[in-house]
Write a protein that binds this ligand. Sequence first.
Ligand code: PRP
Ligand code: MG
Length: 213
Amino acid sequence: MITLALSKGRIFDETLPLLKAAGIEVLEDPEKSRKLILPTNQPNVRVVLVRASDVPTYVEYGGADLGVTGLDTLIEHGGQGLYQPLDLNIAKCRMSVAVRADYDYAAQVRTGARLKVATKYTAIARDFFATKGVHVDMIKLYGSMELAPLTGLADAIVDLVSTGNTLKANHLVEVERIMDISSRLVVNQAALKLKQAPIRAIIDAFAGAVKKD
Ligand code: PRP
Ligand code: MG
């Protein structure tokens, strides 16, 4: 049995065409069913639905043989024990720093002020500000980061930006782009050895179906 870990939403939806290229069709719609294990048209392949931030953990410990995860989640996890053969070029967005429109970020950085930064992505944020030489107090949040500068919880946020609509709706502006994000295929290294042929077949089919920019 080959188990593929996916998260609901954009990653699931954008992985379907890649699965199709590998001859795999998921037989149930996660938006309609409460099932967490979804069968496919291939009796030896199943999809498990996990929280996006749990995909690397499932694959690391062998709860799934493969998974699709955002680069953001992968960096925060650390990537240890994971073979990362492919950038799938799906679920694309960017990781950015944003502040209130009336906050003079450049001046704060220039004068060496300490920044209060709220984010779900503490590893990426820490690394980014350390490289810039900016001292930060990190505030860990689990969602709705945009609220932090509006309520005085933080001076800045580090968050994913896709269309920019959420920033705009909350009167925040993007002041730095930290990195481009897309989803990656991750593979359990033991599974790759033990189930080499079927896993290689999936990797190769995905590789052939990845859309280039
Ligand atoms: C993500 C992200 C931003 C927003 C970006 O949040 O954290 O808030 O989407 O998308 P946009 O630029 O197209 O507006 P999500 O809705 O996943 O919720 P969460 O942060 O509360 O988990
Ligand atoms: Mg959000």
